[in-house]
Design a protein around this ligand. Structure first.
Ligand SMILES: Nc1ncnc2c1ncn2[C@@H]1O[C@H](COP(=O)(O)OP(=O)(O)O)[C@@H](O)[C@H]1O
Ligand SMILES: Nc1ccn([C@@H]2O[C@H](COP(=O)(O)OP(=O)(O)O)[C@@H](O)[C@H]2O)c(=O)n1
Length: 194
């Protein structure tokens, strides 16, 4: 039986950091599902067509981490046909790996509703903006506006909106160092695996 860890939460809350650390700690495979939407947004043209033609090599583009790519991702992510085109790949990843960590917005609610562990990672928007500004070398106030706009769009869309699954454990990392957050996440997973 595969063991799946679902990690959701708003932009720059620390999902990817925790997902990578958990994958390393437990020897699991990791899928950053945001990259799929970022790649579709960056491909240009008709987003539905882009999602249907998406190849693993499209995820290797070097421009996917930018704030602009994040905004473009959030716009194409609201299109139901784009989400439908990406769903099977994500589910298959979780089902075929003996242990898998997926991070995104709808992993615990839509992609892997039966995941053994569901984390909803949050932090205050000002702290998230500061972290992302530091990461990208960008202006903090601009990052705050960008994150708020993207979170609002992700939370209100009709299909697979960003929200915690009913059975998710919320981890607020506002006052946690990266090491503290990783230790807490490992502890939550270990409690389930025991
Ligand atoms: N607990 C934390 N304390 C300080 N910085 C953090 C923490 N968690 C993550 N970061 C940093 O914040 C930025 C965003 O984290 P990331 O894991 O990419 O978030 P997400 O995947 O949710 O967008 C990265 O630069 C990361 O190193
Ligand atoms: N499972 C997912 C993952 C990302 N996304 C969309 O893709 C965008 C980029 O996601 P991301 O996880 O790479 O963004 P960050 O949280 O790293 O800033 C999000 O703002 C969402 O609109 C989604 O809708 N569903």
């Amino acid at each position: 039986m595969p063991f799946t860890i679902a990690i959701d939460g708003p932009a720059a809350s620390g999902k990817g950091t925790l997902a990578r650390a958990l994958a390393t700690h437990f020897g699991f495979a990791h899928l950053d599902t945001g990259l799929l939407y970022r790649a579709v947004g960056a491909m240009g043209g008709d987003p539905i067509d882009a999602a249907q033609r998406l190849q693993p090599s499209d995820l290797q583009r070097s421009d996917l981490r930018s704030a602009e790519a994040g905004q473009a991702a959030s716009r194409v992510a609201a299109i139901p046909e784009v989400r439908a085109a990406l769903l099977e790949f994500q589910r298959r990843f979780a089902a075929t790996e003996p242990g898998a960590v997926l991070d995104g917005r709808d992993i615990g609610t839509v992609i892997c509703p039966d995941a053994e562990v569901k984390l909803y990672v949050t932090a205050s928007d000002t702290i998230r903006a500061r972290r992302r500004a530091l990461e990208l070398g960008a202006d903090e106030a601009q990052m705050l506006r960008e994150l708020r706009e993207r979170d609002a769009r992700d939370a209100v869309r009709d299909v697979a909106p960003m929200k915690p699954a009913a059975d998710a454990v919320t981890l607020d990392t506002s006052d946690m160092s990266i090491d503290d957050a990783i230790a807490k996440a490992v502890e939550i997973v270990e409690r389930v695996r025991a």
